[in-house]
Design a protein around this ligand. Structure first.
Ligand code: ATP
Ligand code: MG
Length: 201
């Protein structure tokens, strides 16, 4: 085949592709507040959620962040986003479950955290709510899943919610519009490299 033939074939193929994509774009014409779930054992759940925070802020939208379980407050994302006028940031956990080692206290902390999260889920001015590491509060039975899902479903119709954490439950996945499972292919930590500022925290 000559180069000319190759180019003509490529053009015809791209034209057909454009047709298919344009038709699909026209068909997806609805707008609604989305529920996204980022789960799985691979790295990239929370950092993806914070990428959406940056996107939303770029449009002048208001964003609320609730961070469960991990009580530490020295992450790069917190330091950066807390300076932004349109961000409301709550660190709601007291620490890793294996550090606190106190189930009842963790449950009370989670409940108090959910009360704060609920206020954001009732506020139509907040366009995006990130609920980071929420899945663990369900897994350990700190919060009632049915009630959580009801509170999320009751939010303002155009408000987006992103939930992160490993082991998302079946009910959460069913309730969500978009679900991504991050797969752990390799992680530097297993080669003895400690968490790196700007990458891991
Ligand atoms: P990130 O915040 O980097 O997007 P994540 O939210 O997907 O990570 P978490 O389970 O919340 O993952 O864990 C956060 C921390 O643990 C980060 O420092 C991250 O690099 C690290 N981590 C994530 N996945 C793994 C893994 N599979 N093995 C070892 N460490 C991991
Ligand atoms: Mg995370």
């Amino acid at each position: 085949m000559t180069d000319r033939d190759k180019n003509a074939r490529h053009k015809a193929r791209m034209l057909r592709k454009k047709d298919i994509i344009d038709t699909a774009i026209k068909k997806a014409d609805q707008e609604k507040g989305l529920l996204l779930v980022l789960t799985g054992n691979g790295k990239g759940k929370s950092s993806s959620a914070f990428g959406m925070v940056a996107r939303a802020l770029g449009y002048g939208m208001k964003v609320g962040v609730a961070q469960f379980i991990k009580g530490r407050s020295d992450t790069g994302e917190e330091a950066f986003f807390k300076q932004q006028a349109n961000v409301e940031w709550h660190v709601l956990g007291e620490g890793f479950t294996w550090n606190t080692q106190d189930r009842e206290r963790d449950a009370r902390t989670a409940e108090a955290g959910w009360e704060i999260t609920k206020k954001m889920l009732k506020n139509p001015e907040i366009a995006l709510v990130i609920i980071d590491e929420l899945t663990y509060t369900i897994k350990y039975g700190y919060l009632d899943e049915t009630q959580l899902l009801a509170d999320i479903a009751d939010r303002p119709p155009m408000q987006h919610v992103v939930i992160t954490g490993r082991g998302a439950s079946k009910a959460l996945i069913e309730a969500a519009d978009t679900v991504s499972e991050l797969m752990d292919v390799k992680h530097a930590w297993r080669a003895g490299i400690k968490a790196q500022a700007g990458i891991d925290l």
